[in-house]
Design a protein around this ligand. Structure first.
Ligand SMILES: [Zn+2]
Length: 187
């Protein structure tokens, strides 16, 4: 069974947000179309959210945009909410990560409804063997989620047209890294 994993399509990562990526809105709309496409055939559709309370050095007043970032996706703010194009979709589960430290991969998170359930546990329980990964940002949280999915033994495809990078160059580089690690890039 194949699942769709929608990574961090949150307002702060889209145009107008604290840490906006240029393609954010376009990617959110495209993902909404995919979710509503009955022919897509996913056995489960889940989302992840960067979900910060006090993530320490992940936030900085003088961020280097590699290990430290402007304040973003703070719990209780609009920036942490899913993009309007997908926020009313009935995800089978949402996994949240990063409350008290940086967390790039969705596999570091836990189910919104149950802190003891990881994404690996959840997917395996539902007999998911393969995942399609989409979302933001290609060069950070998408990449980390894809690499963890491969480590956990899932078959992984990343759909680059439905991913938004921080920069075009680092996005392309990340796709090459995911491919060399064993992910299929594109359908
Ligand atoms: Zn973050």
């Amino acid at each position: 069974m194949r699942a769709l994993v929608v990574v961090d399509v949150q307002n702060d990562f889209c145009p107008g947000g604290a840490l906006a990526t240029e393609r954010g809105d376009m990617v959110a709309e495209g993902i909404a179309d995919l979710i509503r496409d009955p022919a897509a055939g996913y056995g489960a559709i889940v989302a992840t959210q960067d979900w910060h309370i006090d993530p320490g050095e992940h936030f900085s007043g003088s961020p280097d945009f590699v290990d430290s970032w402007p304040i973003h996706c703070v719990v209780g703010t609009g920036g942490a909410e899913l993009h309007p194009a997908i926020k009313d979709e009935a995800f089978d589960e949402i996994f949240r990560k990063g409350e008290y430290s940086a967390a790039y991969s969705g596999f570091e998170g836990h189910a919104a409804g149950d802190e003891t359930v990881t994404m690996t546990t959840w997917l395996r329980f539902r007999h998911v063997t393969d995942v399609d990964v989409v979302g933001i940002a290609t060069d950070h949280c998408v990449k980390a989620t894809v690499l963890d999915a491969l480590r956990e033994g899932f078959g992984v495809r990343v759909l680059p047209e439905l991913c938004s990078p921080v920069t075009v160059d680092t996005g392309e580089q990340a796709l090459r890294e995911m491919e060399s690690a064993g992910a299929r890039v594109g359908r």
